[in-house]
Design a protein. Structure first.
Length: 121
C-alpha cells in the first residue's frame, strides 16, 4: 500500500540535489556558450558581448527557469504518485532519474543549437 507521507518525503529529500544540479548545469552551459561565442564568432563579427548587465539579465532568466523546473519537479512527483499505484520504488527512482537527467541536459540546448547554427552556412 502507498504511503503519501513517505512518497512526499522521498521526493523532498532529493530536491536539494536536484536544485544544486540545476545551478551547476546552468553555470556549465553558460560557460560553454561563452566559450563558443568567443571561439566561433570572428573578431570583426562580434555582435554579442557578455557584460555585467547582460549576465545579470541572464541570471534572472535562469532563476525563472529554476523556478519553472521546480514546478515541473512537483508535477513529476504528483504524476508518479498517480501512476505508481503500488508505490514501486524502482519505478519511482526511474521516473526521478529521467526527470533529473533531462533537467541537467536542458540548459545545454542553447549552446548546442548555437554551435550547430554556426555550421549551417
Amino acid at each position: 500500500m502507498r504511503n503519501p507521507e513517505e512518497h512526499r518525503d522521498w521526493w523532498n529529500k532529493r530536491r536539494l540535489k536536484y536544485n544544486v544540479t540545476l545551478f551547476l548545469s546552468g553555470f556549465l552551459a553558460f560557460m560553454f556558450y561563452s566559450f563558443l561565442l568567443e571561439v566561433l564568432t570572428p573578431p570583426e563579427g562580434h555582435y554579442f558581448e557578455i557584460t555585467a548587465i547582460s549576465a545579470g539579465f541572464q541570471f534572472i532568466g535562469f532563476l525563472l527557469a529554476v523556478l519553472t523546473a521546480n514546478f515541473f519537479y512537483l508535477i513529476g512527483a504528483i504524476i508518479e504518485y498517480e501512476v505508481n499505484k503500488k508505490g514501486d520504488l524502482k519505478l519511482r527512482k526511474k521516473l526521478y532519474d529521467i526527470g533529473f537527467w533531462f533537467s541537467f541536459a536542458l540548459p545545454f540546448l542553447i549552446p548546442i543549437l548555437f554551435f550547430i547554427s554556426n555550421f549551417q552556412n
